[in-house]
Design a protein around this ligand. Structure first.
Ligand SMILES: C[S@@+](CC[C@H](N)C(=O)[O-])C[C@H]1O[C@@H](n2cnc3c(N)ncnc32)[C@H](O)[C@@H]1O
Ligand SMILES: Nc1nc2[nH]cc(C(=O)O)c2c(=O)[nH]1
Ligand code: SF4
Ligand SMILES: [Mg+2]
Length: 243
């Protein structure tokens, strides 16, 4: 069984969209958003997947959401059927923290032969071995101090070393200011992360917030030989569930 986030009560968050971030930006993909997280980033744009006391952002159905309505448990077969009903041959599994449900994800992906599988992860949890060999790409977003998480929970040295050594893993750091950039550069050096697999992405949940940071961030990427990624879905659809 898999526990998923919902777009509205009873509706699992499974949707087709353009991948909005990172190495696969612009590719048509089917997204599956799982519930629950082991971290608590204070700027998390999907806090409804784990902060069940309330929703942290305006939503037209906000009053209809409660701790039960925000998640839904479905069989791997049911989730696979819903994924097959959408046409993209690429699957992006996100959350919350999807690797918390690695064994069930391994069973899900086994039902979807031929799909290209990407996982969005905070990088703290080792992928279940039965899942790992079915994954084509990891989009790893380790959390810096501005996320509000304690470093001993957010930055796990053996995990960071393993991702750095895995050519399938692309790092994607959320950056809001100069001190975040210094933290990224220190991590890049410690773990010898190739610049070609390291993206900087502005913190922002609105086109205006992204616009205010993107020019500055682009210059930093150019200066340090890092890759820049926008958040395409925010520009196209805003901060809306199921997009
Ligand atoms: C909601 S997370 C889910 C996957 C996983 N928990 C993680 O953090 O990577 C998906 C992506 O959105 C990013 N993200 C979340 N809130 C954001 C914000 N306010 N601004 C920019 N990126 C954000 C995360 O860093 C991650 O790359
Ligand atoms: N279009 C779109 N692209 C995305 N890339 C990563 C996402 C995520 O929330 O993990 C995401 C998302 O929620 N929507
Ligand atoms: S790790 Fe990901 S899902 Fe969890 S709180 Fe941070 S951004 Fe949100
Ligand atoms: Mg998102």
């Amino acid at each position: 069984m898999l526990t998923l986030a919902t777009t509205s009560p009873g509706e699992p968050e499974i949707f087709a969209s353009l991948q909005g971030e990172g190495a696969s930006l612009g590719r048509p993909s089917t997204f599956v958003r799982l519930s629950r997280c082991n971290l608590a980033c204070h700027w998390c744009d999907t806090a409804y997947t784990w902060r069940f006391e309330g929703d942290n952002r305006p939503h037209k159905d906000a009053l209809a959401f409660d701790r039960h309505a925000n998640q839904l448990t479905l069989s791997e077969n049911e989730v696979a059927t819903r994924i097959r009903a959408l046409s993209p041959d690429r699957l992006v599994i996100t959350g919350g923290e999807p690797l918390l449900q690695g064994a069930a994800l391994a069973r899900l992906v086994a039902l979807l032969p031929g799909m290209h599988v990407e996982i969005e992860t905070n990088g703290t949890v080792a992928p279940h071995p039965a899942l790992d060999h079915q994954v084509h790409q990891y989009n790893v977003s380790p959390k810096l101090s501005h996320s509000g998480n304690p470093a001993d929970l957010a930055l796990i040295p053996e995990r960071l070393a393993a991702w750095a050594a895995d050519p399938r893993a692309f790092f994607k750091f959320v950056v809001a200011g100069e001190s975040d950039v210094s933290e990224v550069l220190a991590l890049q050096q410690t773990y010898a992360i190739p610049g070609d697999r390291l993206f900087l992405m502005a913190e922002g949940r609105s086109p205006a917030e992204l616009h205010a940071r993107n020019r500055w961030l682009g210059d930093i990427c150019l200066r340090h030989g890092l890759r820049f990624t926008d958040r395409l879905h925010i520009h196209l659809y805003g901060d809306t569930r199921g997009t």
